[in-house]
Ligand binder design. Structure first.
Ligand SMILES: NC(=O)N[C@H]1NC(=O)NC1=O
Length: 174
């Protein structure tokens, strides 16, 4: 699917296709639909980023809170979204040793307790060891720094999800 095909989608189809480009936040593509026509995929991504940037800080934290923990409860219970499951598998989150899993769980809890939102990182752009290291380092940051950092990671995840959808056969058939 190219940007011309994206631009002619009804809002129902648009939200069906792009509804989870920001994890569990279909409101974002639903809002951005009215910015069409997009001149390019980059412009589509920019419209989403601008919408996110214009949110109050509480809204940005809300976006972060819609993300499942890495190697967390949803992965164990099989309730991750399709996108998140794929991303976590690429980063090896479904194949942690028991000591890695224990460390991840402990640091995820420490992070959430400190900031009030979960640790978010673009799993497709990081390997297991880098994720654990970043989680440990980012636990030391200030809350404002982490909120901004998490949102930048959300944008990276979103960009990769859009690219995957535009390349996939499923989207093309719509
Ligand atoms: N917590 C967190 O980073 N979650 C995610 N990261 C990612 O790439 N996909 C996710 O669901």
């Amino acid at each position: 699917m190219d940007i011309a095909a994206v631009n002619v989608l009804s809002y129902e189809d648009f939200v069906e296709v792009f509804g989870n480009v920001v994890e569990k936040c279909p409101l974002i593509p639903a809002a951005v639909w009215s910015c069409r026509p997009f001149v390019s995929v980059k412009a589509f991504e920019a419209a989403i980023n601008e919408f996110i940037d214009a949110l109050p800080e509480s809204g940005k934290e809300g976006i972060l809170r819609c993300h499942p923990d890495l190697a967390g409860r949803d992965l164990k219970s099989g309730t991750l979204t399709r996108e998140s499951l794929e991303e976590q598998a690429v980063a090896g989150m479904d194949a942690l040793s028991s000591s890695e899993a224990a460390r991840m769980a402990r640091l995820n809890e420490e992070y959430k307790k400190r900031f009030g939102f979960p640790f978010v990182i673009c799993a497709r752009m990081n390997e297991k060891a880098a994720i654990l290291q970043q989680l440990s380092e980012r636990c030391q940051n200030e809350r404002i720094v982490e909120r901004a950092r998490g949102i930048e990671e959300v944008k990276k995840i979103c960009r990769l999800r859009i690219h995957t959808l535009l390349l996939s056969d499923r989207t093309f058939k719509l």
